[in-house]
Design a protein around this ligand. Structure first.
Ligand SMILES: Nc1ncnc2c1ncn2[C@@H]1O[C@H](COP(=O)(O)OP(=O)(O)OP(=O)(O)O)[C@@H](O)[C@H]1O
Length: 337
């Protein structure tokens, strides 16, 4: 199969995605700027409802009603602005150019057809010339993820466990040789050890195929092992973005600090792990002005009530916070200390 040597860059600019609710259209993603450097894996973390999945869907222009992309662009090298793609062009982009596993991928297989038949359907719908090579590639990917590839291709969904379906989903995301890959919670149905293995394989395949990858997860610890860069989302904003070791080792945004403190594995001491107080906002409770994190922030200023902080470069990353930086507070962890 054709292999590409240079990975594409992705530039998300001013992306706003709204959902129509009984109180009108409310933003789930608000004016997000995010650059995925060619050949990198970017992890996206943040509590439930922070807009991670909505951002992932936008990268395929796949936001469904009652949602819509109301502003902004997602420029992918070689593809242009995905937000402007329509119809056949958009269909061909999804899967072939931008591979993806969405949440609940393990439930999105056709229960009546074998995985192999679905693979051939996928290949045909994207005009793959060499279907034998496609099957070979699928078998090899499944084998690497610890499964008997031939047997899985002969199976139907109900014959596979949740973890196996999830790995099948990852195979589908990678098998068409897409150059940008979006993985939304790719390992949630897997136990810790399998999770680590699968993330390692994602990293290997990513490097071999020169991909640019976005991985969304709740698990900051897991993503720390696999990502180059980390984007932290809160209330539909990217509040901090930069090299993963720097963001986790010396978080600048109070929300990033809170997230890390809540994870015993990252805070380095079980006794010090502290849940973040309060709850993340929902679309209806997002403040109309000021910083979206101010209610839960330990160091909020008067300014935070009135002015929304603009993301700015500092300490080798981008941070959206009014507090003067660098604010680096080292986190106790060998690898990042
Ligand atoms: N179809 C929808 N209709 C209305 N609101 C929605 C819809 N889908 C998502 N939302 C809202 O948009 C916000 C962002 O949701 P999103 O699923 O993108 O967050 P997330 O960070 O991926 O959360 P999770 O980790 O739970 O998947 C949430 O407040 C959510 O309730």
């Amino acid at each position: 199969m054709e292999r590409h040597l240079t990975a594409p860059g992705v530039r998300i600019r001013g992306l706003t995605v709204v959902y129509n609710t009984p109180s009108g259209e409310l933003p789930a993603v608000s004016g997000v700027d995010l650059t995925l450097a060619p050949g990198t894996i970017t992890g996206v973390v943040g509590e439930s409802g922070s807009g991670k999945s909505t951002l992932a869907l936008s990268m395929l222009n796949a936001v469904q009603p009652p949602g819509r992309i109301s502003a902004g662009s997602v420029e992918i090298d070689g593809l242009g602005d995905v937000v402007r793609l329509r119809g056949e062009e958009l269909r061909r982009t999804r899967g072939r150019k931008v591979g993806y596993v969405f949440q609940a991928a393990q439930n999105s297989l056709n229960p009546l057809k074998t995985i192999g038949a679905q693979l051939l359907d996928l290949g045909r719908s994207h005009d793959v010339g060499d279907l034998r090579a496609l099957v070979r590639d699928a078998r090899e990917l499944l084998g690497r993820m610890g499964m008997d590839g031939a047997r899985v291709l002969d199976s139907r969904q109900h014959e596979l466990s949740g973890g196996m379906r999830q790995r099948v989903g990852i195979m589908f995301a990678l098998v068409l040789d897409a150059r940008v890959v979006v993985l939304d919670e790719p390992t949630t149905a897997l136990d810790m050890i399998t999770q680590a293995t699968i993330l390692r394989i994602i990293r290997e395949v990513h490097d071999e195929r020169a991909l640019t990858t976005l991985v969304i997860t709740h698990d900051v610890g897991a993503v720390a092992e696999v990502a180059d860069d980390l984007a932290v989302m809160y209330g539909g904003r990217v509040v901090e973005h930069g090299p993963v070791a720097e963001v986790l080792g010396a978080p600048e945004h109070p929300y990033t600090r809170g997230l890390i403190r809540a994870i015993p594995r990252l805070s380095g001491d079980l006794g010090l792990a502290r849940a973040l107080p309060g709850r993340p906002p929902t679309l209806g409770t997002l403040p109309a002005a000021g910083c979206v994190f101010r209610e839960r922030c330990e160091s909020s200023l008067d300014l935070c009530r009135t002015a929304e902080p603009v993301p700015a470069a500092r300490a080798g990353r981008t941070v959206a916070c009014h507090l003067p930086g660098p604010h680096a507070v080292p986190v106790k962890r060998k690898e990042y200390a």
